[in-house]
Design a binder for this molecule. Structure first.
Ligand code: UTP
Length: 475
């Protein structure tokens, strides 16, 4: 029961922050609804709301560009000289030890809304594999299982969902018997939310007793790991490193020995994989150095002149793009959460369904408000040390973002087939190709068969024949 005094205090608080309209329908609510609304109000961070309204809702400026920054340096996909060759070999050895000792866990962020893809349900349940139509979750689960088997260990898998898809995600895992993994080693937890605002700075109501909220961005993962008990679970298991990726990338190499090993050898706290950008204004964040710290500057914030600047060899000066793949130390996340850390917020102008002052549902045709979120890469400058490893797009990155066109399911399937064809050809298998060089069949390789190119040769007992236009599944 809410005492009169508590209620009066809440009213005062809301008044002070210009949000008293949240109680506009109070008299129409029953007692359960009132409790529900008060609980949500209790979750709001009133120490920050006024600043959010001033800096993100009412002001449309993008984040300020640092006064001085330079391109970040990185490890190349292949070693640059004999010294580096030795270091890469040591890194691979070290990560074998770390993975075998159960010190590396998988961590996928899957709490997004997936609006561009327009798929009904959690994006991880999107069927993507070219022959077997496996879902993203199934592919990842098979990688986790294959790595656990290869290294005779248990690789725990942490999955971050949001209020939009938590229950459904759990149900998908349950009804698929955790894709053969032990339920005990799959930790599904929810990220936090942030309130949605109208352009006037007022928090929107989704219903008379419900505040309109949305997931707090993939940056919310660093708090959610702590608040959900996932960090505690890692500590109990002796997990020290999290291999972080985004749910929409079916080409992810979750346990990359080189990446994990270089990160550990260099005693980094949070590291990243990068791609060489294909064009100056490619829509990926740019890895830069600000005050000696690795920092991602969004493509929209990088001035045109700098985006187009080239090195003498013709490569882009700011050529390293961020692709949402990181190694994050458990101790780093613990350190952040030991204090009240905050990541910068980013604003997005969106169409937000809500109820109006009369309690009528409004489903806007045009953007009508602001959603706020934080980005995980904004934690990079907080790390004492951070390395970047370049990787190849064709090997590791094909995000399923859009329903059609670039970065769609179609392009991802093509890239999955192209990678499988390349792996097979490297082992001497003839792959049918069309005149334009593209693969003329569908190929899929199960993670249990091969996790990387070099696995193929060792595993093939005979060279298979693949017919043009056929469907070929290697398991
Ligand atoms: P995106 O930025 O692509 O957003 O997320 P999205 O919500 O999936 O898709 P759109 O923009 O609505 O079309 C990149 C990754 O971050 C995760 C997503 O699930 C995806 O793996 N993410 C994003 C979260 O886990 N939580 C969030 O709040 C936002």
């Amino acid at each position: 029961m809410t005492t009169k005094k508590t209620f009066e205090n809440i009213k005062k608080l809301l008044n002070k922050h210009n949000q008293s309209h949240l109680l506009a329908f109070w008299e129409q609510l029953n007692s359960a609804q009132r409790q529900n609304l008060l609980a949500q109000i209790g979750q709001l961070d009133f120490s920050k709301i006024d600043d959010w309204v001033v800096y993100f809702v009412k002001k449309s400026s993008s984040s300020a560009l640092p006064a001085d920054f330079a391109p970040a340096s990185s490890y190349g996909p292949i070693p640059a000289d004999p010294d580096q060759r030795r270091k890469y070999a040591r890194a691979r050895e070290l990560s074998k030890e770390l993975i075998s000792a159960g010190k590396v866990a998988a961590f996928v962020v899957a709490g997004g809304q997936g609006t561009r893809l327009g798929f009904d349900g959690p994006k991880g349940n999107f069927p993507i594999s070219p022959v077997k139509n496996k879902t993203l979750f199934q592919i990842f689960a098979e990688i986790v299982a294959a790595v656990s088997e290869k290294y005779l260990t248990v690789c725990p898998w942490y999955i971050m969902t949001s209020s939009l898809n938590h229950i459904e995600t759990r149900e998908i895992f349950r009804s698929n018997s955790y894709y053969g993994l032990d339920e005990e080693n799959v930790f599904i937890f929810q990220q936090g939310t942030l309130p949605n605002f109208g352009f006037d700075g007022k928090i929107l109501l989704a219903d008379k007793d419900t505040i309109a909220c949305s997931p707090d961005g993939h940056g919310g993962s660093l708090k959610a790991l702590f608040q959900s008990g996932a960090l505690e679970d890692m500590k109990r298991r002796g997990v020290e490193f999290l291999s972080y990726w985004q749910v929409d990338n079916p080409l992810i190499n979750i346990f990359d020995p080189l990446f994990i090993g270089l990160h550990a050898l260099d005693a980094a706290e949070m590291s990243s994989k990068a791609l060489r950008k294909i064009k100056p204004k490619e829509e990926v964040g740019n890895f830069c150095l600000v005050d000696g710290k690795v920092t991602v500057i969004e493509y929209s914030d990088l001035p045109d002149g700098l985006a187009h600047k080239r090195n003498p060899d013709g490569s882009l000066v700011f050529g390293l793009g961020s692709i949402g793949i990181h190694i994050i130390n458990r101790s780093f996340v613990e350190k952040l959460n030991a204090e009240d850390f905050t990541l910068p917020l980013h604003r997005a102008v969106k169409k937000i369904s809500h109820i109006d002052q009369q309690g009528k549902l409004v489903e806007p045709a045009e953007p009508n408000g602001i959603k706020l979120e934080s980005f995980v890469f904004d934690a990079l400058p907080l790390a004492s040390k951070s390395i970047i490893l370049q990787t190849l797009r064709s090997e590791e990155f094909s995000p399923v973002k859009n329903a059609a066109g670039v970065n769609s399911a179609e392009t991802a399937r093509q890239m999955m087939v192209a990678r499988a064809a390349d792996w097979l050809e490297s082992a001497g298998v003839a792959v049918p190709r069309k005149d334009d060089g593209s693969v003329d069949c569908l190929i899929e390789i199960a993670p249990s068969f091969a996790l990387k190119k070099d696995d193929i040769k060792a595993k093939l007992s005979r060279i298979p024949e693949i017919k043009p236009k056929s469907r070929f599944y290697l398991t």
